[in-house]
Design a protein around this ligand. Sequence first.
Ligand code: PGA
Length: 256
Amino acid sequence: MFIFGTNTKMQHSPQGSQQFLQDVIERARAHLTDIQLSSVQLFYIPPYTSLTGVSEMCQAHNIWLGAQNTHWELGGAFTGEVPAPILKASGATFVMLGHVERRQLFGETDETINKKILAASSVGLRIMLCVGESSFEKRAGAGKTAVTRQLELALADFKSPDQLLILYEPVWSIGTGGEAAHPDYVAIAMDDIRSTLQERFGQSGESIPILYGGSVNAENCADYAVLPQCAGLGVGRAGWEAESFVKVLQTALTAR
Ligand code: PGA
């Protein structure tokens, strides 16, 4: 299965999410072959406010529905936060944690990410853990060290490798002004991530999917999709409109 989807950040209202998924489903049926359709696992990570409204549609079409964050406590007095049990009750099947925008703009640390992972997994949510080195770490030749450290700290005490996905997103590749990473560079980084996962989880570490994200678009997606290390793609901007989402998906699947 090729895993493919989008984190919409602050895009997509509740109605917008429904329309988006409807369009994606229709366009995917129109533009993908049956073999392609059966070889892809789609995911969708909208704002919290969209979860409930699209949960039935996601269930019916086997689309993994994710939240962009959660709190590390399962409940309590934490105004503005959403705990994992409520995400689950809202239809989420997984939660994305450790996105660099959360690390950089909202003070998320390896320790809080770890606590969130443990909380989410305790209620049976799948985890999409984002890791990636900064441009400074890359320049200093410490990219591998930085990513290994993120993995080891985030996954401390975590015992459910079958619930885990890794989204490798170098910080310098994300968002407007980001520069997509060279596929050779991504392949090496993914090999390093795989080694860390194997050291951490033994044989179960071999089957944890590792995805790439960061300025993925229709022009470059094929270069990642053909990497044997790459289990899928996490798309930001190029995935927010159904037409572009399906174009990137189709291009990636055709290349494989
Ligand atoms: P981008 O976002 O594709 O717009 O660079 C990726 C992400 O933030 O996951």
